[in-house]
Design a protein around this ligand. Structure first.
Ligand code: C5P
Length: 244
């Protein structure tokens, strides 16, 4: 099967494994189907950043899922260094505020220009899915509902120069209508009808997410825990093809 480039650009494969060797096997096996490999802190703290170079050497891109949240100057410098490590995507918490986000964009774009890389995609996390309305209201003392709070942070992220947000496919259409079609939405919690839910609660199928306007789909265990990873990926491609 020829790889559909439009679909490939949407696929963000979560490299949620323990060792560098396991990550290398996944990258080699799935690179033709993957737009961006997502690497998180859990992996980096165990294995260091060698995986970044490996992905690049294999012709791939990576998304550093680091979720920055600090004072603007620190975030700016960190963003510069993340881009110098070759990241095509990284993320931060919108709750760090407009100035923090603007400085992140400034630092990242400066590093991209200096190193001749494409401008990075910077995504804002609005509200972690682990934060319930009760936690938001009673622990964090933010008297708002989670949907409204997340939408306001998405608008702030847009105004502060972010490329988009991380959000559930169920929120995608609302974010697109508030922030515009060009504002990117990356959706985790993706589960094709045939795969198991694992610990995810608010799931969406690849076809539903794309039909809601999702730009990027985080594909994790639906493929990586499958006995036939290429077969699982091809089924996801077929499903998306039906709604593109
Ligand atoms: O295997 P699975 O598809 O559940 O992996 C989802 C990936 O997306 C994991 O790396 C997880 O940390 C991440 N993620 C998520 N839900 C969010 C944000 C990120 O599942 N709200």
């Amino acid at each position: 099967m020829g790889i559909n480039k439009k679909i490939k650009e949407k696929i963000v494969l979560a490299l949620d494994v323990d060792t560098l060797d396991e990550a290398k096997i996944l990258v080699k096996e799935l690179k033709d189907y993957t737009g961006v490999f997502k690497v998180g802190l859990q992996f980096i703290m165990a294995n260091g950043v060698e995986v970044f170079k490996f992905i690049k050497d294999e012709g791939g891109k990576f998304f550093f899922d680091i979720k920055l949240h600090d004072i603007p100057n620190t975030v700016k410098k960190a963003s510069e260094n993340i881009v110098r490590q070759g990241a095509s995507f990284f993320n931060l918490h919108a709750a760090g505020g407009a100035e923090m986000m603007r400085q992140a964009a400034e630092g990242a774009n400066k590093a991209a220009e200096e190193t001749g890389q494409e401008l990075p995609v910077i995504l804002a996390v609005t509200l972690l899915t682990s934060i319930s309305e009760e936690v938001l209201n009673n622990e964090l003392q933010i008297k708002d509902n989670t949907t409204n709070y997340a939408l306001n942070l998405a608008k702030l992220a847009k105004l502060s120069g972010m490329s988009g947000v991380v959000a559930s496919a169920h929120e995608c259409a609302g974010i697109k209508s508030a922030c515009g079609r060009d504002f990117k939405v990356l959706c985790p919690g993706i589960r094709p009808g045939w795969s198991v839910k694992d610990d995810q609660k608010r799931i969406a199928t690849p076809a539903f997410a794309v039909s809601q306007g999702a730009d990027f789909l985080v594909i994790g265990r639906a493929v990586t825990a499958s006995g036939d990873k290429i077969g699982a990926m091809e089924k996801i491609y077929e499903e998306i093809e039906g709604v593109l």
